[in-house]
Design a binder for this molecule. Structure first.
Ligand SMILES: [Zn+2]
Length: 345
């Protein structure tokens, strides 16, 4: 299966001359788009722009670098490991620039189209890469993931140790809720920062979960949370508020995405009973408001999310025993993941 991804990075340590050469290409592109006059753009940059920019509305557009036109090579300096060659109208050899990004698996991927943005005078490169991945068919363990409101995610390790994710995310969301209430419409200008902070946290949670799965050689099993909005989750206003914008689908898609990238499959099971059944004895219990599961039959008292994760794990092992890991969910089943940023992978 082919997986695409966009890597972001920055051109750093540019000399004044290099900066100038990039600025000229960039300005030439804007001039060309707005007036139709080409003052010496690189022919392929021009071709890409003509193909993609039909209606010119914005003031500035990134330079689109066609597949095969960008070169990347390892050349460690004290600042970073890689450099890229940008096609430039002024020089037929292109311009080599030091490129800083968190991504390091360049040797295993194919470079596709890239975009070069200028922001506050600095250059950022977005490189689309792709890789052929074969999902593993056999696993030693199950990593159950219970996605929820109170804890964004709860996992249980093969040895039975629970892990709670999302404390920081909850704090961030609480903080922004406070800001919005305090500043009202004036808070609008911070919206980008808010969504970036939340996205960063979701990526971090997803990355940690996938790292666990890699470490344990585990199939990831997600409890399907689709019913959660309908379920009674207590009456607290705070909880309702958290639920209304909970980025459940994004977290799920980041997990699937990052797992698949590492060759790990993700399956989803119907969450239906996992939160209601006692993970100790299998009796039907009740999910208590305070996040505590109490079993009416054996008396087990346990964090409700951990109880759910344990049930998901049990179901996962049944799938594994039945050899039924042949229908993992992949990106197509989860929307809106392509082009995800991956600074954290
Ligand atoms: Zn029980």
């Amino acid at each position: 299966m082919l997986i695409w991804k966009t890597i972001t990075g920055k051109l750093v340590d540019l000399s004044r001359k290099e900066q100038e050469i990039l600025d000229i290409e960039y300005e030439n592109l804007q001039y060309f788009l707005h007036t139709g006059h080409d003052l010496g753009l690189h022919p392929d940059n021009k071709r890409q722009a003509l193909r993609s920019y039909k209606e010119i509305k914005r003031r500035e557009y990134p330079i689109l670098i066609g597949k095969g036109m960008l070169k990347l090579e390892e050349k460690p300096t004290t600042i970073c490991r890689y450099r890229v060659r940008i096609p430039i109208g002024l020089s037929k050899y292109g311009l080599w620039c030091t490129f800083k990004s968190y991504f390091t698996e360049w040797s295993s991927v194919e470079l596709c189209r890239s975009k070069l943005y200028r922001r506050d005078g600095e250059y950022y490169l977005y490189i689309t890469i792709r890789k052929e991945v074969a999902l593993k068919k056999t696993y030693s363990h199950i990593l159950p993931v219970d996605l929820g409101i109170r804890n964004s995610a709860v996992t249980v390790s093969p040895s039975g140790k629970p892990r709670f994710y999302g404390r920081r995310l909850r704090r961030i969301r609480g903080w922004w809720f406070y800001i919005h209430r305090k500043l009202g419409r004036k808070a609008k200008k911070w919206r980008n920062r808010e969504s970036r902070q939340i996205t960063d946290q979701l990526h971090k949670i997803a990355r940690d979960i996938v790292e666990q799965a890699v470490r344990y050689d585990a199939l990831i099993v997600l409890g399907d949370l689709r019913g959660i909005r309908k379920k009674k989750m207590g009456t607290g206003r705070r909880l309702k508020r958290l639920m209304s914008h909970w980025p459940y689908h994004r977290l799920k898609s980041y997990i699937v995405y990052k797992a698949n990238w590492k060759g790990i499959a993700v399956v989803e099971i119907d969450e239906g009973y996992t939160s209601k059944i006692c993970s100790g004895c299998g009796a039907l219990g009740r999910r208590e408001i305070q996040g505590l599961f109490k079993c009416p039959s054996c008396g087990l008292e346990l964090n409700a999310d951990v109880n759910a994760a344990r049930n998901i794990r049990a179901r996962g092992y049944m799938l594994l025993a039945g050899g039924d890991v042949t229908r993992p969910i992949t990106l197509k089943a989860v929307s809106g993941v392509q082009g995800t940023s991956n600074r954290f992978m």
